[in-house]
Design a protein around this ligand. Structure first.
Ligand code: IMP
Ligand code: MG
Length: 183
């Protein structure tokens, strides 16, 4: 159970805005158009990695103007302090046969790259018609294993960020922008 924060405590941890609501909106619209143009006529399955990517998926799917389906996968990554270890447990799996779809993995952030590397392999082994990755944020400086997304909306510096689905201790997912967290 999360600690109940006062409004002041809650707001004091929001250090500075890194990506504004408007910047996110414009980038998501652009990404939706690119996907709509390049996948038109093909069966699309957007696979969102819970929980962090739920806000991004909700906006991205509404920026796509061609038929598409959505699915969810909930992965628990294990951390040794601040870094994921690459031990990933699938807590909830996709409820579709991905071999019938052009799959696009929708992720909130790539940090060390370990989580997505594992998930990408799991989905790839199920033989989707094609497989691409779109991420809202990319912290390239932090990469430990080689992994590149096909589409990155924002490259960000090595800072712990919150908002637009991203949490710190399960809080701040509801901020409409991306902010740096005051440690
Ligand atoms: P990776 O395996 O290190 O790439 O870990 C990626 C996961 O760590 C993301 O899907 C997030 O859930 C979490 N994560 C990494 N950086 C941040 C951050 O700055 N804020 C919130 N969550 C983060
Ligand atoms: Mg995540």
């Amino acid at each position: 159970m999360s600690k109940i924060l006062s409004q002041v405590e809650f707001e004091n941890k929001i250090k500075s805005v890194l990506v504004t609501e408007k910047e996110i909106k414009d980038a998501v619209q652009k990404a939706g158009k690119i996907i709509s143009d390049s996948y038109d006529g093909r069966p699309i399955l957007l696979v969102s990695i819970l929980k962090g990517a739920f806000v991004f998926l909700a906006d991205l799917c509404r920026a796509i103007t061609v038929p598409c389906e959505v699915a969810f996968m909930c992965a628990k990554s294990y951390f040794n302090g601040t870094e994921s270890t690459g031990n990933v447990n699938i807590v909830m799996d996709i409820d579709k046969d991905v071999s019938k779809y052009h799959v696009i993995i929708v992720e909130d952030i790539i940090d060390t790259g370990r989580t997505l590397k594992v998930i990408h392999k799991i989905i790839k082994d199920r033989n989707p018609l094609s497989l691409k990755v779109i991420t809202l944020l990319d912290k390239k400086e932090r990469r430990v294993v080689e992994f590149d997304a096909d589409m990155v909306l924002f490259d960000i510096p090595d800072k712990f960020v919150i908002g637009y689905g991203l949490d710190c201790g399960e809080l701040y997912r509801n901020l409409p922008y991306i902010a740096e967290y005051a440690e």
